[in-house]
Write a protein that binds this ligand. Sequence first.
Ligand code: ADP
Ligand code: MG
Length: 240
Amino acid sequence: MIDVKHLSKSFGDHLVLDDISEHIHPGEKVVVIGPSGSGKSTFLRCLNLLETPTAGTITFEGTPITDPKTNIDLVRRQMGMVFQHFNLFLNMTIRKNITLAPVRAKLMSQAEADDTATALLKRVGLAEKADAYPAQLSGGQKQRIAIVRALAMKPKVMLFDEPTSALDPEMVGEVLEVMKQLADEGMTMVVVTHEMGFAREVGSRVLFMDGGHILEQNEPHAFFANPKEPRTIEFLSKVL
Ligand code: ADP
Ligand code: MG
């Protein structure tokens, strides 16, 4: 589904991603872990061109998205993204947050989008919040709304950048539960997280990033039971 070839990214003369090649297959749940500053967010943001790669190519379902002739907005619609800090529109109701993008993109009429929003809100247990504003919600509720907002575009892949890192501990579970549901339904997912339980339970593959490289990867059981690289072992000894 996503094919990354020789991806490098520099900010000034700081090389942040160093020649990464990787495939993400339909239905996979790829969990990206690694120390702070290792390039996880930059890697994720390159996948939908929120960051422009310095070198290399990225192909999404056969479309070379790093080709300047590609209409990136059309591709981005198919790639939902959820951020650590929710990024909801604070001056809009929850319903409007969810319906704005699909209506603007002419994927749905307002009435269709409203129905979609109602169904999605029910699914995450927040049907009664449709007319509330983000400030009236808890962090966990806001993040569930951010997920639903991305899903309203009917994306083919969902990218998550530390979706639970800004939450109070008691709210982490409700967000992970929604992500698990989504995984069970077959969504292709790339998830940057420090939640090792989630990586183990939901991941089909774990990538360990360090210093702009994918240093090691494996299916979760083998990855956690038998890490090979010294840097991986050191990292896991700190987070497990
Ligand atoms: P991670 O998500 O693993 O913590 P990031 O991808 O956010 O790592 O950052 C990797 C490195 O790139 C860090 O050293 C960070 O300071 C740097 N970096 C990230 N974004 C920018 C930017 N917009 N401008 C300059 N440096 C950046
Ligand atoms: Mg990050």
